[in-house]
Ligand binder design. Structure first.
Ligand code: WTA
Length: 701
């Protein structure tokens, strides 16, 4: 392995400094038309609410929790069940702990009953091709979910079982998640861009015996053959001694897929059991079609009333160690937190049409396509395709088509679309927009201004929402009707959130300052554990700075108290808003026979935010050439997924190390930027390495 420790607290932290000369403190006030009707309409009102949420968190959140249905209410002693401080023993977090509820019941049955929402549209689904669309109401969604919950039961799925989901952005993905939630099973959604290896690792770790997938999906013109990737993941599980029992396959492409399967795939297809599935690999022992098992299922299913602190889902995410961790969220707190953040951060009102462009394979989709909007009986757009197909105006065409009023996307998409020019935006009437949010990475002021001026026509509010898979929902964000915005700042903390900045020793820093971003007290949406490894959870998030949850990010707090996130301070990089652990990429690279050692750092990139820059040391006799570079990129695609493919691979005879053998990534980050100001290098074992590193930088950089 690439000389990595498995202890996050040994990771050398690094802070990116904000360029204070280049940030502007100009305030962009919410448009009066937004403030006038907003849930929170002034900064003062926000401050009062935030204060109240901190003085009495239990009172604040229970008030909001009363909006939902609890089969059994919480007792007063079950509300402050947390220990956030390692020194006081095991880290434990619980909200509404002795209550019973069901999140699926709350976001469907209860919304239909309480708000008469049966005929309301839950989703306007828009396919990859513009002429492909569907409309699904709350009542229809509930029926499908009940049917699928019954299918799961018939397959033997029980409360607490982990069900893997590897699907495209189709309504059935939401149906699958809610079907699990209805019967108390734990969904583990794996993003469709992950490779068979990654899918297998996640299924193996969670012992998911059931996998829900689809035949395939087109993203733009590119076919993703999900079923064949799933098959190969199942085979890999088998190699590890773990038997996957059932694949439920949703027919998304049908004939469109068969028409595209190439000769190679057909040649490998050995056992077609019937005409219908002739060209799709099919193992009738474990594969069943979604539509077939659904056709006989009853559309009524009594929810299983689970404890508020029972796991609802797990979602794997990358950290400083080589192995992705299964972040576990529970029902009660997550429901209240996603519902509340959705309502306030987007200033949601019943007449709104909301569109979050994320993929449900990431936390943003879980919280702001599935749970948050449904918990508010909101109408959302759900999109299967990509921003540039069939043309770079697709987003704006969809906004105009459905009259989207609240829009939520990633800075990387904003930067990519901006490159195509303003005309693509302007040719559509998008005057319906009121709130245009961002998520996933810091937004640079340039992109912010374009978004504000060209997309938002200088009248939309921009909630730049800072949060993480681990936090369940928004942590720091401007509120649309209340917070005067600064271009590139995430603004102020959400209700119940107490961010602090600390120095390397964990001392809290006051006033205007830069530091490591920690959170001081628990909020309902925080993850509860790492699946199967509570100690790892404690180590990763609570060991470094005692008494606080450490986000892994650095931040600057300005003189007005605004937070500016400066990016990850650990060994995680953020490529186009996709979180990638450098250790994972390193493991993939060293698995190649030519590579002895590898170290990966982020390289700033105008469009993607960051890209992966890999340093590799080869075995004697191995030759570094274009073919090897391609091979190594492919290796990472296969081990992790397409989105993680390295951008730059540099050959180096040696890596910069301390005498104790620890790689000095600080130096590598300087090499990447061609910055010769290396600071203190006295701990370096062999300083001649530095010269070679600079000399070997690829010429085009
Ligand atoms: C980064 C995505 C700056 C941050 C919801 C965090 C951001 C990581 C922002 C989590 C933002 C997310 N401004 N940075 N508005 N939002 N990040 O788990 O580094 O995929 O730690 O969750 O994304 O990524 P994750």
């Amino acid at each position: 392995m690439a000389q990595k420790s498995d202890q996050s607290n040994e990771v050398e932290l690094h802070l990116e400094h904000v360029d204070k000369a280049h940030i502007s403190h100009e305030l962009f006030h919410p448009d009066p038309s937004i403030s006038a009707h907003a849930h929170v309409s002034s900064l003062k009102q926000y401050q009062e609410l935030h204060h109240r949420s901190l003085v009495n968190p239990v009172g604040f959140w229970t008030e909001l929790a009363k909006e939902f249905y609890w089969k059994r209410h919480w007792s007063s002693t079950a509300l402050s069940c947390w220990n956030f401080d390692r020194r006081a023993g095991k880290i434990s977090i619980g909200w509404f702990t002795d209550a019973k509820t069901n999140i699926c019941y709350n976001v469907l049955d209860y919304q239909i009953k309480k708000k008469n929402a049966g005929d309301r549209v839950a989703y306007y689904w828009e396919g990859n091709d513009p002429d492909d669309s569907r409309v699904v109401t709350y009542a229809e969604l509930l029926k499908e979910v009940c049917k699928f919950a019954n299918v799961l039961k018939a397959q033997g799925v029980k409360r607490g079982d982990r069900v893997a989901i590897y699907m495209p952005m189709v309504i059935e993905l939401v149906v699958a998640m809610l079907g699990c939630a209805r019967i108390g099973a734990v969904h583990s959604v794996v993003f469709g861009g992950f490779s068979a290896d990654s899918l297998a690792d996640r299924m193996f770790d969670a012992t998911s015996e059931i996998l829900i997938t689809a035949d395939g999906v087109f993203r733009g013109t590119k076919l993703i053959n999900l079923k064949s990737i799933a098959d190969s993941a199942v085979a890999k599980c088998k190699d590890k001694g773990f038997e996957v029992k059932r694949l439920i396959v949703y027919k998304n492409l049908g004939d469109k897929l068969t028409a595209h399967l190439d000769a190679d795939t057909l040649a490998g297809d050995k056992s077609p059991p019937s005409k219908r599935v002739r060209q799709l690999s099919w193992d009738s022992h474990i594969d069943v079609w979604w539509h077939e098992v659904m056709s006989t299922a009853s559309d009524e299913c009594e929810p299983v009333w689970v404890n508020a602190e029972e796991p609802l889902f797990m979602l794997y995410t990358s950290g400083s160690t080589g192995k992705p961790k299964g972040v576990v969220h529970t029902s009660g707190g997550y429901l209240v937190y996603t519902a509340t953040t959705f309502k306030y951060s987007f200033d949601y009102h019943p007449e709104d049409i909301f569109w979050c462009t994320a993929d449900i394979g990431w936390i943003t989709g879980h919280s702001y396509i599935t749970y948050g909007p449904l918990a508010n009986a909101a109408t959302s757009v759900m999109f299967e395709g990509v921003p540039t197909y069939p043309g770079p105006d697709r987003f704006w065409a969809i906004v105009a088509k459905y009259r989207v009023s609240k829009f939520y996307t990633a800075p990387t998409a904003i930067r990519a679309l901006r490159k195509f020019g303003d005309d693509h935006v302007k040719k559509h009437d998008i005057s319906c927009l009121k709130v245009i949010g961002t998520v996933g990475e810091p937004i640079n002021p340039d992109a912010w201004h374009w978004y504000y001026e060209v997309v938002g026509n200088k009248k939309c509010s921009i909630p730049d929402t800072y949060w993480q898979t681990e936090t369940g929902g928004h942590m720091i964000t401007p509120l649309p009707g209340a917070t005067p915005m600064k271009a590139g700042s995430a603004g102020f903390p959400f209700f119940g959130v107490v961010p602090i900045l600390v120095d390397k020793q964990g001392e809290e820093l006051r006033g205007e300052t830069e530091g490591y971003l920690c959170i001081k007290q628990p909020w309902p949406g925080i993850m509860r554990t790492v699946y199967g490894d509570h100690e790892r959870f404690e180590q990763i998030y609570f060991d470094r700075f005692k008494g606080y949850y450490f986000t892994g990010d650095g931040a600057y707090r300005d003189k007005d108290g605004y937070y500016w996130i400066t990016g990850r301070a650990d060994d995680v990089i953020n490529v186009s808003g996709h979180r990638i652990g450098t250790a994972e990429v390193e493991s993939a690279l060293v698995a190649h026979p030519a590579v002895v050692e590898a170290a990966v750092v982020g390289k700033p990139d105008d469009e993607k935010g960051e890209v992966t820059y890999c340093f590799v040391t080869l075995h004697d006799g191995a030759v570094f050439n274009d073919a090897l570079v391609e091979d190594l990129k492919e290796q990472v695609r296969l081990k992790i997924g397409r989105f993680a493919a390295p951008h730059v691979i540099q050959n180096t005879p040696a890596l910069p190390k301390t005498r104790s053998g620890k790689i000095m990534r600080r130096i590598l980050r300087r090499v990447v930027r061609n910055d010769h100001d290396l600071g203190d290098v006295s701990t370096l074992a062999d300083s001649s390495v530095i010269e070679q590193l600079f000399a070997n930088r690829p010429e085009q950089l």
